[in-house]
Design a protein around this ligand. Structure first.
Ligand code: SAH
Length: 251
């Protein structure tokens, strides 16, 4: 297995592949003003195994197109949807988020949790806007500084991980400059990282290592993930994902 396949193997069995939570997905849906509406045309981009897709399907009844680059995640999502009787509401599509094939002005809601960083926030929100109907909504979570200042070590580390990390004020400005009106913002609380994402991930390391016959590459990946977790713990007062909910304005 190459490094990417190992990463997929480590994460695919997890409930979620990034920080987040059901309560936060529902809160963002509330802020979108679309909760309770049926027959919405929705895309969940970078859906992974579908932590948010399944919540949205349950709430809205779909139809939801769930997009990811990796087949293994989409298969996992299909299995989970089947188990919950939600298959009819979800369709999966394996395609890169910078090469989406939706019709112009065809979507009521674009959802994306912990994934837009793969093509950059500013680029992503600009690129995806044309797929929204007039007045359509985008709801994305994105790595965000919680404070104007932070210790230099923390600043430099995350800048290196993701060069576009910035404050909510800067992200909101980018949304406005790209033709959106902000409807809501909130930062993900620490439990979205610690309890919902990192704890179950840590608990899976032993099984992952066993599956990989304790290979050196698997050990190296575990070490790397442990370092990420430790660094997050030092950073949690300064950095989180921010959830941005915004409406397309203009044609
Ligand atoms: N939204 C999910 C997954 C977040 S992890 C959750 O919150 O649990 C980021 C996801 O983006 C992964 O599933 C990864 O496979 C996907 N991804 C990475 N690059 C991508 C690309 N270029 N196009 C589509 N999906 C991509």
């Amino acid at each position: 297995m190459d490094e990417l396949e190992l990463l997929v193997d480590l994460h695919r069995r997890q409930e979620r592949q990034g920080p987040g939570g059901t309560d936060q997905t529902l809160k963002a849906l509330d802020l979108s003003g679309l909760r309770g509406r049926k027959d919405l045309s929705i895309a969940d981009i970078g859906c992974g195994a579908g932590a948010s897709t399944l919540v949205l399907a349950q709430e809205t009844g779909g139809p939801i197109i769930a997009v990811d680059l990796f087949e293994a995640f989409l298969q996992e999502l299909e299995k989970r949807a089947e188990e919950r009787g939600l298959s009819g509401a979800i369709q999966t599509q394996q395609v890169s988020m910078d090469a989406l094939t939706f019709d112009e002005a065809s979507l009521d809601l674009i959802w994306s949790e912990g994934a837009i960083y793969n093509i950059g926030f500013a680029n992503g929100v600009r690129l995806w806007r044309r797929f929204l109907k007039p007045g359509g909504i985008i709801a994305v979570s994105e790595m965000t500084w919680l404070t104007d200042r932070r210790p230099p070590g923390i600043n430099d580390h995350w800048r290196q991980e993701y060069s576009e990390i910035d404050t909510a004020a800067a992200k909101i400005k980018q949304l406005e400059e790209s033709g959106y009106m902000l409807m809501g913002y909130f930062p993900l609380p620490k439990e979205c990282w610690a309890e919902n994402y990192y704890s179950p991930l840590e608990a899976s390391f032993d099984n992952f290592s066993l599956r990989q016959s304790h290979s050196q590459a698997a050990q190296a990946l575990i070490t790397e993930q442990n370092q990420e977790i430790a660094f997050y713990e030092r950073s949690s007062d300064y950095m989180s994902y921010g959830f941005y909910i915004a409406k397309k304005v203009g044609p």
